[in-house]
Structures are given as structure tokens and as C-alpha cells.
Design a protein around this ligand. Structure first.
Ligand code: ZN
Length: 198
């Protein structure tokens, strides 16, 4: 017995989401069918609207509906400290701690030879341009301690060395392989304070 085509299509779409298997996708599809028309419209609109309006900031690559993003435009932020992260989600996690007053650069991923992802597919060229053009004295690498994270840190460290800028990496009070995004605020704040030169 198969689901009627429109329902099967909806299940198929939910199954494309990360971590969602067939059972969860079915549950979500049935939940949507149980919502009223306004709720469903709002749900569908939010997906299309976010996709349409949210772009990478042309300066730091953080996801924002404005370009440059709110952080890049904020003149109270310290231009001398640049925090490099792999993902926009990490900017939000660090902003939540309210400790970091500098600016960010989002790499939009990590170097991962196994997935065929090299430095050219990341926003590294733009990072180098910023270090040349802006008055940056310290680059803080807030990058997860994973194989890909370590490979990226090593690459950036060698690349940034000739520029003379101080390069540090945040300390992790977390097990190796842990994810910055899921760290609690205290751990993240301590990690930032305990950064070391690489
Ligand atoms: Zn920005």
C-alpha cells in the first residue's frame, strides 16, 4: 500500500532534511496535514522567503538578510580582532555568549580532502584580502577540533604566517570531535579566553 502521490511527495521532501529517516518524514507529513490552512501557508512561506532573502554577507560570509550584515556594519565592533569560523551557526553560538566584541569571517565549510573540498571552495581568498585591507592584529580560529578542523587550522596557520598577524586558536574544554555549535555558553566563553597562539 503506497501513500497517495501528493502525500508521498511531501514525505519525500521531508526525508531530504538532515537526520530525517522515512519514519520521521512520515510523522512530519501527517503533522502538516493536520495543521490548518493558515499555518501551512505560513510554514511554506517561511521556507521560500528565507531562501529568497538570506544571503552570505559579501564581507564576512555570515548569513544575513542585509548586506553587509549587522555585525559588519556595527562600528562599535573591534576591527582589530577577527574570529574565523567554519559556519554561520558558529557566529550565532559565539554571539550568544556576548563576550566577543570583534568581527567574524565565515569560511563556509572546512578543508576536507575526503569530500573533495579544498581551500578554493572556501572563502579563504576573501579572508586574506580582509587581512591585507583591514587593520586586523589578531585572527582567532574558532574551529572545531575534528580532522577537517585541524587540517583547516594548519592550512590557515601556514598561509597567514607571512602576514605577521597573530594567529590563535580557541581552547576546547570539550572532547576531541565535539561541536562548537552545541557547546554551552560557559564552555564557549572559557574556550575564547583560553585561546593559544598556533
Ligand atoms: Zn558581514
Amino acid at each position: 500500500m503506497q501513500f497517495t502521490p501528493p502525500l508521498a511527495r511531501l514525505i519525500e521532501q521531508f526525508q531530504k532534511l538532515p537526520g530525517i529517516g522515512p519514519k520521521s518524514a512520515q510523522r512530519m507529513a501527517f503533522f502538516v496535514l493536520g495543521m490548518n490552512k493558515d499555518e501551512v501557508d505560513e510554514f511554506a512561506f517561511a521556507i521560500v522567503d528565507a531562501k529568497e532573502k538570506v544571503k552570505n554577507c559579501s564581507n564576512c560570509f555570515h548569513l544575513s538578510a542585509q548586506d553587509p550584515c549587522e555585525i559588519c556594519r556595527n562600528e562599535k565592533r573591534d576591527p582589530a580582532t577577527l574570529c574565523v569560523v567554519s559556519d554561520s551557526k558558529d557566529v550565532v553560538a559565539l554571539e550568544r555568549t556576548r563576550e566577543f566584541k570583534g568581527r567574524y569571517h565565515v569560511l563556509t565549510g572546512l578543508i576536507s580532502p575526503l569530500d573533495g573540498k579544498g581551500p578554493d571552495q572556501l572563502s579563504i581568498r576573501e579572508l586574506i584580502a580582509r587581512i591585507t585591507e583591514e587593520e586586523i592584529s589578531e585572527v582567532i580560529l574558532a574551529i572545531n577540533p575534528t580532522i577537517e578542523g585541524d587540517a583547516t587550522v594548519l592550512y590557515l596557520k601556514n598561509l597567514l604566517k607571512p602576514s605577521g598577524v597573530k594567529v590563535t586558536r580557541i581552547a576546547f574544554g570539550l572532547p576531541v570531535g565535539a561541536d562548537l555549535e552545541y557547546a554551552d555558553d560557559v564552555t564557549l566563553t572559557r574556550a575564547m579566553e583560553g585561546r593559544r597562539e598556533v
